[in-house]
Design a protein around this ligand. Structure first.
Ligand code: UTP
Length: 601
């Protein structure tokens, strides 16, 4: 290689740096070094630059040369603008309908509960959360503000509850993917809270790295300045790469883990659906099972679609704006049309995935964990010769089936939407605008409202009489103030458990019921008006509440004033909802000692 372009720096480079520079120049990246100062000037900046290149090279399977060649290939395809669905015909995917709480539901929950022992939970939590605009990490935000339970604490309680229901208890592996934006705070929260009762050893933190931005169709890496690359997020598909490169997927498989459940940072409902969905994965032998919801045709949610053609059969998430044209061009001239119940036959993807380990580990080995990367450059004009701004390769975790062969079984488990999914993604103003436009607001308030609704759904399934409050608007965002029911994971993980423990109860519109503990039972209990009953029982404390009517002032919802919304003294987690609750006399029972307790009339 002619090293004259390095302006005399070649001679002072270490052997490993020379190797890296050579690799990059061979990959068409000479511009990265073309403008270097003479040796003796900016040497520290040069060293930092080389060390960052070396780090990125080490992080990406196939190194920077691999990243660049993948980019060149994908950019050429993007320029050509081929139809990714050419030759593929859309069909309804293999679905199991779990939208009703019936015998089928109970059957799958029972099966799923047995599988807890062989299940790991993977939480992708590297996202910036720009739409929400919360200053801290999303995992720290309380999912509800009666007791202010952060998402991370709630998820940890679910893992503890899974363990408590195992025949041979073992800690559920908990893999959390973070990024440089979320990593330090996630760790800080875990440490500060003693891992929320989890064992430190069961928690695995994997950090996703940024990838270099690309400035042109030739795959040239983009510079921020002379000695610094522009770096961008690579997407949540990184989780597959990290589970492979860390060796963790293979290690967990060896330890007997058969399924991994992939969840997101702010979905308080997700563990409602996991037991039954796990049962489906086990019984149907699905290698990849998407937890999904019914969607109305045209709704802005990706549709899970079986695509058949070119010797392939793939079940994939197809973005809603691609699904309709695909249907029109193939099997349905009217596009995506409703079935008898008004839903599309292509269920809505909520990106909760259950993946069977056996095939997963093999696919990771084969692909080195690089799962269906894509590139989405914004071109300056239709010649597609230049980009408006640098782009990068991205990956999405739901695209794993793109690497499947016909042997892998892919299926979809459809759940009631409020039961399985309610995210906290949008700030109040955007959430209110989405509500006006008829879409889901997906804000802190709606996530909390749905969290209570899922509790009510459990109570109703136990046969309880439940009277709902009317929906109100708080800063333009809809909220239903009750009954606010929190049946904590410690109390029940399945509907069968709720039925066993709650009998002949009734609860009125703005009442509150919180049950936390495995051995609590309620019989002929009534909560009237705004009354609140909270019971917390430690392991070994058996509590029976029988024939009791509670009448108290419970919790009052208080909307934040203009001053409070602007005040730096009011916590941000309240300001993103616009209200707080004040305790006006809730009945609270706490049992910290094992024993038998009775609360009677
Ligand atoms: P979102 O679509 O909510 O994106 O991610 P986001 O980046 O968190 O939020 P916005 O778009 O900036 O408002 C879905 C899930 O994927 C995770 C998020 O943490 C969330 O759980 N994610 C996203 C990652 O782990 N890494 C990424 O690079 C992107």
């Amino acid at each position: 290689m002619d090293v004259a372009f390095l302006n005399g720096n070649w001679e002072v480079l270490a052997a490993s740096d020379r190797e890296l520079v050579t690799t990059l120049v061979d990959a068409g990246q000479q511009h990265l070094f073309a403008d270097w100062d003479l040796p003796g000037t900016a040497d520290e900046a040069k060293a930092t630059f080389l060390s960052s290149l070396s780090k990125i090279d080490g992080n990406y399977p196939g190194g920077l040369a691999g990243y660049i060649s993948n980019a060149q290939k994908l950019l050429a395809e993007a320029k050509e603008g081929g139809n990714p669905f050419e030759g593929l015909i859309p069909h309804q995917p293999n679905t199991v309908d779990l939208t009703q709480f019936n015998e089928t539901y109970d059957h799958y929950e029972a099966l799923g509960q047995k599988q807890f022992e062989k299940t790991g939970i993977v939480l992708v939590a590297g996202g910036l959360g720009e739409r929400l605009g919360y200053k801290g990490i999303k995992l720290d935000i309380p999912v509800e503000v009666l007791e202010s339970t952060p998402y991370l604490k709630h998820y940890a309680s679910c893992l503890k509850a899974m363990e408590a229901r195992m025949e041979n208890p073992r800690p559920v592996p908990f893999i959390i993917m973070v990024s440089q934006d979320t990593g330090p705070k996630t760790l800080q929260t875990l440490e500060k809270n003693n891992y929320f009762g989890l064992q430190k050893e069961q928690v695995y933190i994997l950090k996703q790295e940024l990838v270099p931005a690309i400035s042109d169709n030739a795959g040239s890496l983009a510079l921020k300045d002379k000695y610094e690359l522009i770096l961008k997020p690579h997407g949540h598909g990184d989780i597959h790469m990290l589970l492979h490169t860390s060796g963790l997927a293979a290690q967990l498989e060896k330890q007997g883990i058969e399924h991994l459940v992939f969840i997101q940072d702010t979905n308080g409902q997700v563990f409602n659906a996991i037991p039954a969905a796990l049962g489906v994965s086990v019984e149907k032998g699905f290698d990849f099972n998407s937890i999904a919801v019914n969607r109305i045709p045209g709704e802005a949610v990706g549709g899970l679609t079986k695509l058949i053609g070119k010797g392939q059969e793939l079940t994939l998430n197809v973005e809603y704006n691609q699904l309709d044209p695909l249907l029109r061009a193939t099997v349905s001239p009217e596009g995506d049309v409703p079935n008898d119940q008004g839903f599309s036959i292509f269920p809505g993807n909520i990106n909760v995935l259950i993946i069977r380990m056996e095939r997963y580990v093999q696919i990771l080995e084969k692909s080195h964990g690089i799962i269906a990367e894509f590139v989405n450059p914004k071109y300056t004009d239709e010649t597609k010769a230049a980009f408006k701004k640098p782009t990068r390769l991205e990956t999405m975790m739901q695209d794993l089936p793109k690497l499947f062969s016909p042997e892998e079984k892919v299926g979809v488990s459809i759940f009631d939407r409020c039961w399985s999914f309610s995210a906290n993604k949008n700030n109040i103003a955007d959430a209110a605008a989405k509500h006006v436009a008829g879409g889901p607001p997906e804000s802190a308030a709606t996530a909390e409202s749905d969290f209570y609704l899922a509790g009510r759904m459990r109570l109703i399934a136990s046969g309880a009489k439940v009277k709902e409050a009317a929906e109100e608007l708080i800063l333009g965002v809809p909220f239903v103030n009750g009954p606010k029911v929190l049946l904590r994971p410690s109390f029940a993980m399945t509907l069968a458990e709720v039925r066993e423990k709650i009998c002949d109860c009734s609860i009125s519109n703005e009442a509150t019921l919180i049950l936390d503990g495995k051995d609590i039972a309620l019989e002929e209990v009534e909560l009237s008006g705004r009354s609140a009953l909270i019971i917390k029982a430690c392991a070994g404390a058996k509590v029976v509440v029988m024939g009791r009517k509670f009448e108290n002032e419970g919790f009052e919802l208080v909307q934040l004033t203009e001053e409070e919304l602007a005040s730096t003294h009011v916590p941000e987690y309240l300001k993103i909802r616009g209200y707080r609750f004040e305790n006006r006399g809730a009945a609270i029972y706490e049992f910290d000692e094992p024993g038998e307790y009775m609360i009677e009339a």
